[in-house]
Design a protein around this ligand. Structure first.
Ligand code: PRP
Length: 211
C-alpha cells in the first residue's frame, strides 16, 4: 500500500486548529475545508491527463485536461467535511455515499447507507474519512467498493492510528486491489476507548453535534 503523509505548513496549521479542543464548529469546518483542499492536490497527483492545444492571447501552447474523474465517496458523517475541498478541484466528479457508524461498545462498524453503484471496474475511487482508528469503518467501505469492481482506491484521511493503517494493509493483502492512503498525520495510537491519541476527538460530533 502506498502511504503518503502530507507534510506542508498549511496542512500543519489546519491540523492544529482541528486538534484544538477550543475550536468551535465554524472553525472546525473551516479548517477541515482547508485541509481537504490540500489533500485533494495530493490525491490528484497521479490522475492522467491528455494534452490539448490552448490559444493564449499571444500564441498557441499546450494545455491539459483530466482523462477521467475519480468516484468520490465520503463516509458519513465525518467524511462529509472532506467533500467540499475535493469537489472544489474536481467539480464534475461523480459522488456516492457510505454511512457507517462505529458501535462504541463493540467497535463493530454498523452500515446504514450505501449509494455506491455496481460496475465500477476500471474506475478510480477516493474514500473520504478524516479518522482511521481501528480501520473497521474504512475496511467496510473498501469491501463495498471492491464488491462493485473498484480495484484502484485511495483513502483520504486526516488523522490515522498505526492500527488503522495495519488494518488497511491486511485488507489489501486479502485482495481488494491497489490501495493508497493519504493522510495529514500518523498519530501515536488508540486509547482504551479506541479513540485516536492525540487525535482531534470525534470528527463527526465536532462537525455535526452528538448523535
Ligand atoms: C468515526 C470516524 C470514522 C470511524 C473511525 O465515525 O469518523 O468513520 O469512527 O473508527 P474506526 O477506524 O475504528 O472504524 P463514527 O462511527 O463516530 O460516526 P460519525 O462519523 O457519524 O460520527
Amino acid at each position: 500500500m502506498q502511504l503518503t503523509v502530507v507534510d506542508h505548513p498549511l496542512a500543519r496549521v489546519a491540523l492544529s486548529v482541528l486538534r484544538d479542543e477550543s475550536t468551535d464548529v465554524a472553525g472546525f469546518r473551516q479548517a477541515m475545508g482547508t485541509l481537504s483542499s490540500i489533500l485533494a492536490y495530493e490525491a490528484a497527483r497521479g490522475l492522467s491527463v491528455t494534452e490539448l492545444p490552448v490559444r493564449t492571447p499571444l500564441t498557441e501552447t499546450t494545455g491539459a485536461r483530466l482523462d477521467e474523474l475519480p468516484l468520490v465517496v465520503p463516509v458519513l458523517r465525518a467524511g462529509l467535511g472532506l467533500l467540499p475541498g475535493m469537489l472544489e478541484h474536481l467539480p464534475g466528479a461523480p459522488t456516492a455515499f457510505v454511512g457507517v457508524k462505529r458501535n462504541e461498545t463493540t467497535l463493530v462498524p454498523e452500515p446504514y447507507l450505501d449509494t455506491v453503484s455496481e460496475g465500477l471496474d476500471g474506475i478510480e475511487a477516493w474514500v473520504l474519512d478524516p479518522m482511521l482508528a481501528t480501520g473497521g469503518s474504512m475496511a467496510d467501505a473498501l469491501r463495498r467498493l471492491a464488491e462493485r469492481g473498484a480495484t484502484d482506491v485511495t483513502a483520504v484521511c486526516v488523522v490515522c492510528a498505526p492500527q488503522g493503517i495495519e488494518a488497511m494493509r491486511a485488507i489489501e493483502q486479502a485482495g481488494v486491489g491497489r490501495l493508497r492512503l493519504i493522510t495529514a498525520t500518523i498519530d501515536d495510537g488508540l486509547n482504551d476507548a479506541k479513540f485516536i491519541v492525540p487525535g482531534l476527538g470525534d470528527a463527526g460530533d465536532r462537525q455535526f453535534g452528538p448523535r
